[in-house]
Design a binder for this molecule. Structure first.
Ligand code: DC
Length: 230
């Protein structure tokens, strides 16, 4: 494998571990496409909430043929479109966050999105982040990273992120409880639970800055793709 090989880089881990920011930066540095799969599960959740249907597998499965998700790069990062509408900001609403773990536990939702993710990543030259990228979506990914961080640090990061979206009516304590609940749901579900692939490199980001975590990931990518230390 050469340094110019268009690799598939999988970044998994729990919410708030820094996956999306790191993945976006790694993609920028490599000139790769960044694919945020959490945004895709959020888009299906938003579509179901807007449709006002019961949030069970049967009803959501019926809605899926009318759900068209596009990820488009922009100067302000990746934007997510649901049936042609830019819903990037709406995907971060607490209501979507509250229901997304349930919606993403449904087998038919997962197979619908996994197929789409494989189609988007097949050509390589992608950094994809999520919960099951290295285990289910691309078990043959060239580089697999598993990012973790302490619950307290993840809650603080989420608080800052939400503040930047203008959400002010949630405390750090409430966020920690929400993250813990999502961690449990995401790692205990029957379908593709969050778990670390045996061949993934684990990076604990509790004490790291975004720049440091980006550098570490790039180091592993270079080692793996160029067969030498950077
Ligand atoms: O990364 P995020 O917080 O935007 O993800 C939202 C939810 O989507 C998360 O609680 C679990 C689910 N998810 C998943 O099940 N599989 C993925 N590959 C990505 C996200």
């Amino acid at each position: 494998m050469s340094c110019t090989h268009k690799a598939i880089i999988a970044i998994d881990g729990p919410a708030g571990a820094g996956k999306s920011t790191t993945a976006r930066r790694v993609a920028e540095r490599l000139g790769y496409l960044y694919i945020d799969t959490g945004a895709m599960y959020r888009a299906v959740t938003l579509a179901a909430l807007r449709a006002g249907i019961p949030l069970d597998e049967e009803h959501i499965a019926q809605l899926l043929p009318q759900v068209r998700i596009e990820l488009r790069p922009s100067p302000h990062g990746q934007r997510t479109f649901l049936n042609g509408e830019d819903v990037t900001d709406a995907l971060r609403l607490p209501e979507v966050t509250r229901w997304v773990s349930l919606v993403s536990s449904f087998r038919r939702v997962r197979s619908f999105l996994v197929e789409e993710q494989r189609r988007l990543g097949r050509q390589g030259g992608v950094v994809m982040d999520g919960r099951d990228i290295g285990t289910v979506v691309f078990p043959e990914a060239d580089v697999k990273i598993f990012l973790t961080a302490s619950l307290a640090v993840r809650a603080r990061r989420r608080l800052q992120e939400l503040r930047s979206y203008g959400v002010t009516d949630i405390t750090e304590h409430e966020l920690a409880a929400e993250l813990q609940r999502r961690d449990e749901l995401d790692s205990q579900r029957a379908e593709s639970p969050l778990r670390c692939a045996p061949d993934a490199i684990v990076i604990d980001t509790t004490e790291l800055t975004i720049e440091e975590q980006t550098e570490r990931v790039l180091q592993f990518v270079r080692q793996k793709l160029c067969n030498r230390m950077p």
